[in-house]
Design a protein around this ligand. Structure first.
Ligand SMILES: Cc1cc2nc3c(=O)[nH]c(=O)nc-3n(C[C@H](O)[C@H](O)[C@H](O)COP(=O)(O)OP(=O)(O)OC[C@H]3O[C@@H](n4cnc5c(N)ncnc54)[C@H](O)[C@@H]3O)c2cc1C
Ligand SMILES: NC(=O)c1ccc[n+]([C@@H]2O[C@H](COP(=O)([O-])OP(=O)(O)OC[C@H]3O[C@@H](n4cnc5c(N)ncnc54)[C@H](O)[C@@H]3O)[C@@H](O)[C@H]2O)c1
Length: 491
């Protein structure tokens, strides 16, 4: 998109006594990871950018998602390490947890990360920042506070909010969501979690390790979007830690009050009551699309999000939608990836399209669960014959040294070895998956995965050894297969 000289900086066009008129190349609505990445990229290429945020810069990532959940989990995991230190020869002990200090730690981490998301950082790049709620008033104009913005392109990056299921009685019972739980300083004696996705299970394990008795209620299967073979490791570990996970459970109603919650459920036609002191709703997301004036802007949407094509264009050709607002998988890296596509399209007219196979994801339970590319079930549809390779953590020397032997690496290939998908469940899975992300992005063959030298002893060696094990699957001789598999351990 060419930036006319007149538009090199957002300009006050005047003409209306009540509001300032601004003309810009790009107007971004929402300052979460998606919106900020678009604003940064467009400003870096000299485009005039208006960025509108109605709340805090940083969106869910900084205030109510990724960062506070990792910070709180860090405390919980340290507490768990103290309780389970016996295996390493250190006297195990029950940690004394000061929840006020924990809360200060979480706030401190947010404060430490906040400068990366601060409004001043973006004004410094030449972005014009408006603190107000944005709304379209026609197909070409957005109003925000006292401003009317006309732009060549608009980018909706308004994210999502917790989905609160229509459960009878819920209105009358206090509950946490991700927007409130991270500022909690109260001891949660027993926590009922409704929802068995990433958010529900990460928080279930965190609170369990902080000392709460935790029960998880799930409408279907827990971690239903993940490879069941890998998810089973996570569910088993949570079970071993005393978290009760009730799958295929219908929540009929909720009753009670502060410190005393009763959830009436049905499982296979039988009625049960689950009681706890507190309730957390982690039942999915609702895209933030209301009050945006999408109808007057001619932008189609439904309850899952704004409708976009593979290039993230909405039904209004001037407007893109990205990240959680555009439905699809809800991850910060998706919002960021979407931003890169919009930038290529809007700035360079490059016909970039979303390729879902490239998006790696990780659930940060212990063990972590990470995946990239096609699942085994999807791969079967994609390629007539597939190969599945596995490498267990217990065969890795570093995993043995650190007593982190739970889990395995699993890779799905085409018949000729093209890497179609990879999943890892175990320690540092979110880090280890990244090599496979690169392999898939670059179209590598599984044979390439044995052509590099890894430092010893590292967990990353598992990725390489799995590459070697491919040769064993190709050998017709059972003896040779055994030899290759044996040698792979030393490769
Ligand atoms: C508990 C939890 C943990 C998570 N952990 C992870 C994780 O570890 N890794 C990961 O990748 N993802 C994680 N996510 C998901 C991740 O937070 C989201 O996918 C990501 O924040 C989406 O980014 P976004 O830019 O689309 O929207 P958001 O981050 O939601 O930002 C949208 C912004 O738009 C603003 N806005 C909305 N409407 C308007 C309006 N009308 N006018 C002006 N501004 C507006 C909002 O105030 C907000 O600041 C987690 C989510 C939850 C709930
Ligand atoms: N590590 C990460 O990257 C990370 C961490 C947390 C959240 N997230 C993202 O944030 C989003 C929100 O996470 P989430 O776990 O809330 O959503 P989700 O959609 O992944 O899971 C929702 C869960 O709630 C259950 N559920 C829904 N309604 C229910 C009801 N009435 N009764 C019982 N169970 C019910 C579903 O069966 C499912 O298990 C997800 O899309 C996820 O990708 C990512």
């Amino acid at each position: 998109m060419p930036a006319s000289k007149a538009n090199a900086q957002p300009s006050a066009a005047g003409g209306d006594t009540d509001s300032e008129h601004i003309a810009a190349d790009i107007c971004v609505i929402g300052a979460g990871p998606g919106g900020l990445a678009v604003a940064t990229g467009a400003a870096a290429f000299g485009r005039s950018v208006v960025l509108i945020e109605r709340n805090n810069f940083g969106g869910d990532v900084l205030h109510s998602g990724c960062i506070p959940s990792r910070a709180l989990a860090a405390v919980a995991n340290r507490a768990h390490a103290m309780r389970s230190a016996g295996a390493l020869g250190i006297a195990a002990r029950e940690p004394e947890i000061d929840l006020r200090a924990v809360s200060a730690h979480v706030a401190g981490v947010i404060a430490g990360v906040a400068p990366n998301f601060a409004a001043e950082r973006f004004t410094g790049l030449g972005v014009r920042v408006i603190h107000a709620a944005a709304r379209f008033i026609n197909k070409k104009t957005v109003v925000a506070g006292d401003y009317r913005i006309k732009a060549r392109r608009f980018v909706i990056a308004t994210g999502s909010a917790p989905l609160i299921p229509a459960i009878p009685g819920l209105d009358g019972v206090p509950y946490f969501t991700n927007e409130t739980i991270f500022t909690n300083q109260e001891r949660l004696h027993s926590l009922i979690v409704i929802g068995g996705g990433s958010a529900g299970l990460e928080l279930a394990q965190t609170y369990s390790r902080l000392g709460s008795r935790v029960m998880v209620l799930v409408a279907g299967k827990a971690l239903a979007d993940e490879d069941p073979e890998l998810a089973a490791f996570v569910l088993e570990q949570l079970g071993e830690e005393g978290i009760s996970i009730h799958q295929d459970t219908t929540v009929d109603s909720v009753e009670g009050g502060l410190g005393r919650v009763r959830v009436n459920v049905s499982v296979g036609g039988e009625k049960h009551v689950v009681e706890g002191s507190h309730l957390l709703i982690a039942a999915g997301r609702r895209p933030s699309t209301s009050d945006l004036g999408l109808e007057v802007a001619g932008i189609r949407y439904d309850e899952r999000g704004i409708k976009v094509d593979a290039g993230l264009k909405t039904s209004n050709r001037r407007v893109f939608a990205i990240g959680d607002a555009a439905g699809g998988p809800s991850y910060a890296q998706v919002a960021d990836y979407h931003a890169s596509i919009v930038l290529r399209r809007a700035l360079f007219h490059y016909p970039a399209r979303v390729d879902a196979r490239l998006i790696a994801r990780a659930t940060f339970t212990d063990p972590e669960l990470a995946y990239v590319g096609l699942s085994e079930a999807e791969a079967v549809k994609h390629a007539k014959k597939i190969g599945v390779l596995r490498w267990p953590y217990r065969e890795n020397d570093r995993a043995q040294a650190e007593r982190k032997t739970t889990g395995h690496v699993k890779v799905v290939t085409s018949r000729d070895g093209q890497i179609l998908g990879a999943g890892i469940v175990g320690a540092e899975a979110g880090e280890l998956i990244q090599l496979w992300s690169l392999a898939i992005a670059k179209g590598l063959n599984i044979k390439d995965m044995s052509s590099w030298v890894a430092p010893y002893p590292t967990l990353s060696e598992m990725n390489k050894k799995l590459g070697y094990s491919y040769y064993a699957t190709k050998s017709a001789s059972p003896t040779l297969r055994k030899v290759i598999n044996f040698l792979a351990r030393f490769g």
